[in-house]
Write a protein that binds this ligand. Structure first.
Ligand code: PBG
Length: 340
C-alpha cells in the first residue's frame, strides 16, 4: 500500500508547502547572545579564533545589546575580562567587577533585555581553574618553573561554593536577571539558591549548566575570555564526553537543588544528551552552541567550503529539533537578522 499511493515528496514541492508542515522553527526570542566585556572604553577587539566575536568595553557592549535587542533577541549572557586576577577570584564577586558594572550600564540604558550572568571563577583566577586550587607546598613554590601535576593539586569543591554563592549575590545586586553557574562544582546550585534567598533574591532564577562536558570545543572561548587553565585541565570537574547516564544524574541533582532551567553544553556533538534531557525532564532546556562549534563553521565558510548562513541556520534548527527550547549562540545576532 505504500508507493505509489504515498509520495512524501508531495509536501516538499514548494516553500509554502514545506513551511506549512515544518515541525521546528527558530525564533529570535529563543536565542541568547554571549558577550565578552573588558575594561576601557571604545574597545572592540576581535577574537582571533572567533571572527565576528569581540572583546567589548562596557560602552560598546551597551551598543551591541541595543542592536541585538532591536532584532528581537531578548537575552544576553555576560562574561568578564577583569583588570586583575588572583587566587580568590576577587574580580568575580566584587561590587565593582567588570560584569557588575556592565550589567548596571546595560540595565539602565537598554529597556526590556534579560541579562544572564555566567557564574564561574576561571576568568578571575590567576591559575585559570573554575574553583579554588589546593596544591602540595612543593609544587606551589615551583609553580612558575614546573606546573604541578595532577596528583599534586586539587580543585577543592566545598570552599569554592562560598565564592560562587558570593559571586551570584553580587551579580544579582548589580541587576543580573538570571544566574547561570557553569563551574561544575558539586552542590553549587543549592549553595547559590540559599545565598540568593538569604539576600532577598528569591525571585532570581537559576539556569544551571547542568550537563557540561569537558570539551575541546571550548578552545576559542578560552582565548576570548583569557581563561585557559595554567596547568592541568578541567577533567576533574567537567563531565567525561562518553557519559550520558551521568549527565542525567547531574541534571537530576541540579533540579533537586533548585535549578529553574537546565543546560546541556556543547550542543551539536551532544544532541543525544539534549534529546534525552528533553524526554526526561520538564524544565526549560537550554543548549550552548560553544565557541569551537562557531569557529568550525566560520573557518569552513571563510574557505568557501560551506554556505555559512545556511549551515548557521541549520545547526541552530537542529539543536531546537533535538529538544532545546533556548540556544546560547554567538550567532544570535546574525541569525536574528536572517529571521527578520
Ligand atoms: C566558564 C565557561 C566556559 C564556557 C562557558 N563558561 C569555558 C570553560 O569551561 O572552559 C565555554 C563557552 C564556549 O566555549 O563558547 N567555565
Amino acid at each position: 500500500m505504500a508507493f505509489p499511493t504515498h509520495r512524501l515528496r508531495r509536501l516538499r514541492r514548494t516553500e509554502t508547502l514545506r513551511s506549512l508542515v515544518r515541525e521546528t522553527r527558530l525564533t529570535p526570542e529563543s536565542l541568547v547572545y554571549p558577550l565578552f566585556v573588558c575594561p576601557g572604553s571604545g574597545i572592540r577587539k576581535e577574537v582571533r579564533s572567533m571572527p565576528g566575536v569581540f572583546n567589548l568595553s562596557i560602552d560598546e557592549a551597551v551598543k551591541e545589546v541595543r542592536a541585538t535587542r532591536a532584532l528581537g533577541v531578548l537575552s544576553v549572557i555576560l562574561f568578564g575580562l577583569p583588570d586583575k586576577k588572583d587566587e580568590v577570584a576577587t574580580g568575580a564577586w566584587t561590587a565593582d567587577g567588570i560584569v557588575q558594572k556592565a550589567t548596571r550600564a546595560i540595565k539602565s540604558e537598554v529597556r526590556d533585555v534579560l541579562v544572564m550572568g555566567d557564574v564561574c571563577l576561571c576568568e578571575y583566577m590567576s591559575h585559570g581553574h573554575c574553583g579554588i586550587v589546593k596544591a602540595a607546598p612543593q609544587s606551589l613554590g615551583a609553580a612558575a618553573a614546573a606546573p604541578p601535576v595532577t596528583d599534586e593539586y586539587e580543585i577543592v569543591n566545598d570552599p569554592s561554593l562560598e565564592l560562587l554563592a558570593r559571586t551570584s549575590v553580587s551579580l544579582a545586586q548589580s541587576g543580573v536577571d538570571i544566574i547561570a553557574p557553569s563551574d561544575m562544582m558539586d552542590g553549587r546550585v543549592g549553595a547559590i539558591r540559599q545565598a540568593l534567598d538569604a539576600s532577598g533574591f528569591e525571585n532570581t532564577p537559576i539556569l544551571s549548566y547542568a550537563a557540561k562536558f569537558s570539551s575541546g570545543f571550548y578552545g576559542p572561548f578560552r582565548e576570548a575570555a583569557d581563561s585557559a587553565p595554567q596547568f592541568g585541565d578541567r577533567r576533574s570537574y567537567q563531565m567525561d564526553p562518553g557519559n550520558i547516564r551521568e549527565a542525567m544524574r547531574e541534571i537530576e541533582l541540579d533540579i533537586e537543588e533548585g535549578a529553574d532551567m537546565i543546560m546541556v553544553k556543547p550542543a551539536m556533538p551532544y544532541l543525544d544528551v539534549i534529546a534525552a534531557a528533553r524526554e526526561r525532564f520538564d524544565l526549560p532546556l537550554a543548549a550552548y552552541q560553544v565557541s569551537g562549534e562557531y569557529a568550525m563553521i566560520e573557518a569552513a565558510a571563510r574557505n568557501q567550503w560551506i554556505d555559512r548562513d545556511r549551515v548557521m541556520m541549520e545547526s541552530l534548527l537542529c539543536i531546537r529539533r533535538a529538544g532545546a527550547s533556548m540556544i546560547l549562540t554567538y550567532y544570535a545576532k546574525e541569525a536574528a537578522k536572517l529571521l527578520a
